[in-house]
Design a binder for this molecule. Structure first.
Ligand SMILES: [Zn+2]
Length: 453
């Protein structure tokens, strides 16, 4: 395996040999994405489609690529992307293309465009290099219906959310996503998610779940996602499957068993994973969610009140202890707009720069100062274990997905998953560690995601 030559579309046949093709890729080892072994073949392309695979030595072509010694595979489908915004600034989506990805599913973790019809119209005018499908996000429709309120929706508000999901599905969304650790989705109960997932199910959608807890309560959270699938009669995709923080390392044995048992019951449950032991999300997730109830103004009132600020910091330190962490050195800044010198530094280092002691309470103070300046600072958290990662990777109904957006080169110190997800699976886990076979890895990057979405 040296280089992957990727093709955008699935294989089909039908052209006669006398045809002058636009492109023929000769002499490669073809891995078709089904999981079957590679075979030597030439691949002919006409009008952007694969039209013939086989021995095409006599075929004429406008352009020929000699793929001797190389693998030829379909373009990868990344089912867990967050490209919103990036498609306009960088329509070439270079980080995806260079990682072999030609199609993405965006709108994950509960966050999407609200008006999917408008979004698709906009995408048509942009002409991105990647194909794009989207989910409709729970947080997006909840915020539109009831802001960041920490309560159940009224019947009218629920009806409004249902209509928004329905409209999105009508416009071509491929399903419904949740981000149950984020504001405001974290304020919802299971029943609300079931009601909305039902709307997506009616039109053949998938329920993609960033579950409620990937740490201490991970089994409850996996069970909740499966149960939503059972009640709403909708296929479930559990996003960026993992177990976080030391006390939970090893529990992927239990969580994978839950998925397997659901499948034996006849529920269509699959998962996806990025191949790194660090996650990436916002700094806000280190602060209790009640602090953000009602929106940014309410949050500012809370953190500026000395008694409430102290209570928040105590809760944060309590959470840190539960994770068996002594400080916030596991939390590294990817991009902090108010002071870019923070990029790449962890919270303990930033705390020291401020002349403070390496104590959890002082570091919590540093975090609150950063959150007071700006919301949603992107972070990298070193929270996982290689044993869980490889165990999850060996699960056959697990797709490879980046959880990334369209990268802007030279901006911040982002998580490497935006650039190297598929390359790392193929290089580190297939070639070096032999955790899975090459054909199997490519199946998880192509036909498995295609079948599900
Ligand atoms: Zn997520």
């Amino acid at each position: 395996m040296k280089i992957l030559v990727t093709l955008c579309l699935l294989f089909s046949c039908g052209f006669a040999n006398a045809q002058l093709y636009d492109l023929v890729i000769r002499n490669g080892k073809v891995i078709d994405g089904s999981g079957n072994p590679w075979f030597y073949a030439d691949v002919a392309i006409q009008n952007g489609k694969v039209v013939r695979i086989g021995k095409l030595s006599s075929a004429q072509a406008k352009r020929v690529i000699d793929a001797t010694g190389l693998i030829v595979a379909p373009g990868f489908i990344d089912v867990h992307a967050h490209i919103e915004g990036g498609e306009s600034t960088t329509p070439t989506a270079d980080n995806f293309i260079h990682d072999g990805v030609t199609s993405v599913v965006t709108g994950n973790c509960g966050g999407s465009n609200l008006n999917i019809a408008d979004y698709f119209t906009r995408l048509d005018s942009i002409k991105t290099s990647i194909n794009i499908a989207t989910l409709i996000g729970h947080n997006t429709v909840r915020r539109a219906a009831m802001g960041d309120a920490q309560r159940d929706p009224t019947p009218d508000e629920l009806k409004k959310m249902e209509m928004l999901v329905n409209d999105a599905m009508n416009a071509g969304a491929v399903g419904f996503s949740t981000g149950l650790i984020y504001i405001p989705g974290t304020f919802s109960k299971t029943e609300e998610v079931v009601a909305l997932a039902r709307m997506a199910a009616k039109q053949g959608g998938v329920y993609a779940s960033h579950i409620r807890d990937e740490g201490d309560n991970v089994t409850d959270a996996v069970n909740e996602a499966i149960n939503i699938g059972r009640l709403a009669k909708i296929p479930v995709e559990i996003s960026h499957f993992k177990v976080t923080y030391k006390p939970n390392w090893g529990r992927s044995v239990e969580t994978l068993e839950l998925v397997e048992r659901a499948r034996l019951e006849g529920l269509d449950v699959t998962i996806d994973q990025y191949p790194y032991v660090a996650s990436s999300t916002t700094l806000d997730t280190t602060v209790p969610s009640w602090v953000f109830a009602g929106g940014r103004d309410s949050m500012k009132i809370r953190i500026n009140d000395p008694a409430t600020r102290l209570r928040i910091k105590k809760e944060m330190v309590e959470t840190l202890k539960k994770k068996q962490l002594k400080n916030y050195s596991y939390a590294q800044v990817a991009r902090y707009a108010p002071d870019t010198t923070y990029n790449g530094k962890n919270i303990s280092e930033i705390n020291k720069l401020k002349g403070r002691k390496t104590k959890p309470m002082e570091e919590a103070e540093t975090i609150l100062e950063m959150i007071g300046a700006i919301n949603r600072t992107q972070m990298v958290y070193f929270s996982m274990n290689e044993g869980d990662l490889t165990r999850i990777m060996q699960y056959p109904f697990n797709m490879i997905a980046s959880d990334a957006g369209i990268a802007r080169y030279g901006s911040g110190m982002p998580h490497p998953r935006a650039y190297g997800t598929n390359a790392r699976v193929l290089g580190r886990y297939v070639r070096e560690q032999k955790i899975i076979r090459l054909e199997e890895a490519i199946r998880r990057m192509t036909s498995l995601p295609a079948q599900k979405f």
